[in-house]
Design a binder for this molecule. Structure first.
Ligand SMILES: C[S@@+](CC[C@H](N)C(=O)[O-])C[C@H]1O[C@@H](n2cnc3c(N)ncnc32)[C@H](O)[C@@H]1O
Length: 240
């Protein structure tokens, strides 16, 4: 078994796949109910990849947090079934050690960029604080966003309304953003930055999850509940 990078512990989850526990964030990258299953459930299915393939020959995906690389590996495996389609997978990650651990074959292009091309798929990982690297990405580009930072409690800067405003800029008009989090504060952050927000299905023991897009009509009852909830959207200035 591969030794984990420094300050991470390997954890085997209930579907047999492995995740990493980060000592820095004091949290695991996935649910213990199944790292692979959770990734497929929230991101491949949550972002409607199969449906996107009906409309586009080339799909651009943005992942927030490369972590163990499972998001990339599962998406790559999915695209192997569609050799005539093209996948461009961009991931934003703070810790370069994770990439060297999970995808050592990725080529270092410059101090902050790693790339890997395989058949019909291309991976690009931008190392550094996602709040800075996002400004290098093109507007209206990504058909799917895997919002997979650590929890809002542990990793609040990637759940603020400013962050979701930046994600909105890079989102293609048909983009779906999916995340495992069902917290009211992150839903309010999404709403404040102009996303339409929807309750997503529950994985394992969770209550629900969240999906968002740029053109959907929100359920009026869900919207009213969010608007009247005492909990506020997260604001970057509270985490300086
Ligand atoms: C839940 S894990 C991601 C799991 C990953 N998608 C996977 O498939 O394994 C969250 C990741 O976000 C990264 N992260 C946390 N804060 C960040 C930031 N400000 N900028 C970029 N990456 C960040 C962490 O280093 C960690 O790898």
């Amino acid at each position: 078994m591969l030794k984990p990078p420094p300050r991470y512990q390997l954890v085997t989850t209930e579907d047999g796949s492995e995740t990493l526990f980060s000592e820095a964030f004091n949290e695991a990258c996935h649910s213990t109910a199944g790292a692979r299953a959770e990734t497929r459930f929230h991101y491949l299915e949550g972002c409607r990849l199969s449906e996107l393939l009906h409309s586009f020959d080339e799909i651009n995906i943005l992942e927030v947090g490369f972590g163990t690389g499972i998001g990339w590996l599962e998406t790559l495996a999915f695209f192997k079934n569609y050799p005539q389609k093209k996948l461009n997978f961009t991931s934003l990650e703070l810790d370069a050690a994770l990439l060297s651990w999970s995808v050592p074959e990725a080529k270092k292009i410059n101090a902050l960029t790693y790339e890997l091309e395989q058949d019909n798929s291309k991976l690009r990982v931008l190392i550094g604080d996602a709040r800075h690297s996002i400004h290098t990405l093109p507007s209206e580009h990504f058909h799917a966003i895997y919002q997979d930072a650590f929890s809002p409690k542990r990793n609040p800067t990637l759940w603020t309304h400013q962050w979701f405003t930046d994600l909105k800029r890079v989102a293609h008009p048909d983009c779906t953003l999916a995340t495992y989090s069902a917290s009211v504060s992150i839903r309010k952050s999404l709403l404040k930055s102009g996303w339409s927000v929807f309750e997503g299905p529950a994985f394992a023991q969770k209550r629900s999850s969240t999906r968002a897009n740029l053109s959907g009509v929100m359920d009026p009852e869900f919207l009213a509940k969010l608007n009247t909830h005492a909990i506020a959207a997260l604001d970057d200035k509270d985490f300086l």
